[in-house]
Design a protein around this ligand. Structure first.
Ligand SMILES: Cc1cc2nc3c(=O)[nH]c(=O)nc-3n(C[C@H](O)[C@H](O)[C@H](O)COP(=O)(O)O)c2cc1C
Length: 311
């Protein structure tokens, strides 16, 4: 059992927001999904106050070792989430973490208040990889503005508040420290890295949203560096993610200070990745404690992966 912000979780593997559709998976796999749920907590896709259609297509680009997505956070909006998605997500056998995002303090406040009122939701993850409507800069890129936002919304909920940091900032550890000082109960990272791809024929931006976010194995080392820097700087628990595809990758993030590890892009390649990584991690930790008592990251397997057809 792992204690995380007052939640008791069976193991350290959860999903990255937006990378596992539990409602569709339940439709596809039925109750078997509930009996063998791959994650110890479930993180919802980001919800915003109003419904969003998302970005125009194309929305995906397959890169050398990962993918760039420009999905644009399509979602039903707060009301649609509470009415249509929450009743399904509340049936999952693990605590539910609802991920919210707003582009102004008042939007975030309304989201936090509404989510706080629902007992089915165990914790809130605040996605701050979002441009501020006034400045155009990511809300989570600047320690002072993130601190101000959190001081305003922190009193609105007694639920654990996890701040999902953006990797697109000059000093992620400084931003994490500001989040902790303003009352965050935990921080999670990394979100996707801003990236771009060009149409090989026309030379124009490939993605309908022009730029997108890079995820998958390509960002694994960046994630390790950022999680390590943040875990050394803050005392609150850190949820690490970025390119985790095997137990050794999860173990590496834990060895630099992550308490939980989220699996993202790998879920698209292997919907059972969560359960597999839990088992791989267990055997690594048993082997590690038998030899030295230390979690050794070990060699990282080189794996040929195909993230699907981006055309
Ligand atoms: C298709 C896709 C959709 C995503 N949607 C969200 C989202 O709605 N909210 C969020 O906070 N992060 C979202 N993410 C970011 C992931 O949760 C995760 O932080 C990131 O992909 C890094 O982990 P990975 O390399 O294991 O995928 C998304 C990532 C992908 C690939």
């Amino acid at each position: 059992m792992i204690e995380f912000c007052g939640l008791r979780l069976a193991h350290p593997i959860i999903n990255g927001s937006g990378t596992f559709d539990a409602i569709a998976a339940r439709r596809a796999f039925g109750d078997e999904l509930l009996e063998r749920f791959p994650f110890s907590a479930f993180v919802s896709k980001t919800i915003t106050l109003e419904p969003r259609a998302g970005n125009p297509p194309p929305r995906l680009w397959e890169a050398q070792a990962g993918m760039i997505n420009s999905i644009g956070l399509p979602n039903r909006g707060l009301r649609g989430y509470l009415q249509h998605d929450l009743p399904h997500l509340a049936q999952l056998p693990v605590p539910l973490i609802t991920n919210v995002m707003g582009s102004s303090e008042s939007d975030v406040a309304r989201l936090v208040e509404a989510v706080d009122a629902r007992p089915e939701i165990a914790a809130i993850e605040l996605n701050v990889s979002c441009p501020n409507v006034k400045t155009g800069l990511d809300i989570g890129a600047d320690p002072a503005s993130l601190g101000a936002l959190l001081r305003a919304v922190r009193p609105l909920t007694a639920k654990p508040l996890i701040v999902k940091l953006t990797p697109n900032s000059a000093d992620v550890a400084a931003v994490a420290a500001a989040a902790e000082a303003a009352g965050a109960d935990a921080v999670s990272l990394i979100n996707t890295l801003r990236a771009m791809a060009l149409d090989p024929v026309s030379g124009a931006p490939w993605l309908g949203g022009r730029t997108g976010g890079m995820s998958g194995p390509a960002i694994r080392s960046v994630a390790l560096a950022q999680v390590s820097a943040v875990a050394r700087r803050v005392a609150v628990p850190v949820v690490g993610m970025g390119g985790v595809a095997h137990g050794v990758h999860a173990n590496a993030l834990i060895s630099v200070g992550a308490v939980l590890v989220a699996v993202g892009t790998e879920n698209f390649r292997d919907p059972c990745a969560g359960a597999r990584i839990v088992e791989e991690l267990k055997s690594l930790q048993i082997a590690g404690s038998a030899s030295s008592g230390v979690n050794v990251p070990g060699p990282q397997p080189e794996v040929e992966v195909n993230y699907g057809d981006s055309s």
